[in-house]
Design a protein around this ligand. Structure first.
Ligand code: TYD
Ligand code: MG
Length: 454
């Protein structure tokens, strides 16, 4: 018998090393390297034997096409995030912190899909059937035809699915509990997770059923995280939320069949997740309009405009190196805006602590928020509140120029709908609306903005 092949694999990123080390060279995480037996699993081990290749067909690029068939849940926020429904025969990964609500979301989606006539199998490796039933009852999903399976062995899951009435959707909760006879390391390790996911992705392609895989994001690296299988699946979504807030965001980071910048917004209640159809109203909900240091940014998330409040606090620092704390935005991006303010506008914050917070725990990734950040910083420094009916949008370049942003018209329309009457935006915004109630103040450079605000 062949000698088992042992190697050391990082449980965070999946990189392998020849010997144990405290820190992974590939991703920089500490204490994530675990010795695993990698014979058998991925790529086939010695026991599979050698096979001579047989020729496959070569096809022209132009040929018959078909629109990817999708199954739609009717939960709009969920369907939007998946790019208009889950594509049949595809594998989708939903990652998120433990306890964020992944099982809740998927039980609700399973119930909705089953009500639309799809056959859904929910495989729970974490909870017993009674526990899943209890949750389903609480979520008012118990009266649907969703079928349950409490199983963790991949071969057994696949055998059961082969016997079942061709399911349209299979949910696996979670990938970290999967184990396969084909791999010899412990459940939850990279090799086991990859082997299990690979078998399920193959099942999806062969059977035409959509497979949703749940993966816990892990901080300590004791079990393999969703990152090690991101490349194997067709779509990756993350379910996020901030501690202390009730709402949750389903964010697409990869999608072979749709856009990747979409979000779905939900609110966690005592009877499960509720859709939030107008996120701007939620994020602007508790606004103190008279406080200095707050600016409203007219943002875009995928195809949908979202208005959020950006809060800044600037205070003289008692420390040698002033503090810079950012929640919901990019730290380097803040450093850049501060540098441009100092170099081109004479706004000196080198001796000040700067705190920046995106209200409601929302996370912004667009550079278009630069102008709103700058406005909030200047307002906090001067102690004068900004007009409460004004939105800001625009990207700031290192030269101090304010660059145009995409979809300006759509952003302004949303602002107008929510009662805003003014906007400060780049003078070169390509698609400015021709009509509308909202006054546009165009700025060409950051000093123009500071002149307006200060
Ligand atoms: P869960 O879906 O089990 O999280 P995950 O699968 O991501 O680990 O959700 C767990 C949390 O959600 C738990 O703290 C309780 C809360 N919750 C509600 O607030 N309302 C509900 O209706 C349900 C089912 C859960
Ligand atoms: Mg769960």
């Amino acid at each position: 018998m062949a000698k088992p092949k042992l190697s050391f694999i990082c449980q965070n990123c999946g990189a392998g090393t020849a010997r144990w080390q405290g820190k992974c060279d590939s991703c920089g995480e500490w204490n994530t390297i675990v010795e695993e037996n990698t014979s058998g699993g991925i790529g086939g081990g010695p026991q599979r034997g050698r096979r001579k290749g047989s020729p496959s067909a070569l096809l022209p690029l132009s040929g018959e096409m078909e629109e990817a068939p999708r199954i739609v849940s009717g939960i709009d926020e969920f369907d939007r995030a998946t790019g208009g429904g889950i594509v049949r025969g595809s594998a989708l990964l939903i990652g998120g912190d433990p306890g964020i609500g992944k099982s809740t979301l998927l039980m609700q989606a399973a119930a909705a899909l089953s009500r639309c006539g799809n056959s859904v199998v929910y495989v729970s490796g974490e909870e017993a059937v009674a526990q899943v039933r209890l949750r389903a009852q609480r979520l008012e999903a118990a009266d649907t035809s969703v079928q349950l399976m409490a199983e963790t062995n991949v071969e057994d899951i696949l055998a059961t699915l082969a016997e079942a009435r061709r399911p349209d959707l299979v949910i696996i909760d979670s990938i970290q509990t999967l184990w396969s006879d084909m791999a010899e390391s412990a459940p939850g390790t990279v090799t086991q997770v990859r082997t299990g996911v690979q078998a399920l992705v193959r099942y999806a392609k062969a059977s035409g059923a959509a497979v949703i895989l749940v993966g816990h994001v892990t901080k300590d690296g004791q079990i393999a995280g969703p990152r090690v299988v991101e490349h194997m699946v067709d779509a990756v979504l993350y379910f996020e939320g901030e501690g202390g807030h009730h709402y949750r965001i389903l964010r697409t980071v990869k999608n072979r069949f749709g856009p990747t910048d979409e979000i779905g917004v939900f609110e966690m209640s005592d009877i499960g997740l509720r859709e939030v159809r107008n996120p701007s109203e939620l994020f602007l909900g508790e606004r103190n309009e008279k406080a200095p240091g707050a600016a409203v940014f007219a943002g875009m998330e995928g195809t949908r405009p979202v208005l959020v409040e950006i809060q800044a606090l600037v205070a003289p620092s008692a420390l040698g190196t002033p503090r810079r704390a950012v929640i919901g935005w990019d730290q380097p991006r803040l450093a850049m805006v501060l540098a441009v303010l100092e170099a081109h506008c004479g706004v000196r914050l080198g001796q000040h602590d700067v705190y920046l917070n995106v209200a409601g725990g929302f996370r912004i990734s667009e550079p278009a928020a630069d102008l709103a950040v700058a406005a909030a910083l200047v307002s906090s420094l001067s102690g004068a509140a900004l007009p409460s009916d004004c939105v800001y949008l625009g990207e700031v370049s290192l030269s101090g120029a304010v660059r145009p942003v995409a979809h300006a018209a759509q952003r302004l329309k949303e602002a107008e709908k929510l009662g805003f009457r003014q906007s400060v935006l780049p003078s070169a915004s390509a698609d400015l609306p021709r009509s509308g109630e909202i006054a546009s103040h165009e700025v060409e450079t950051l000093p123009d903005l500071v002149g307006r605000v200060a």
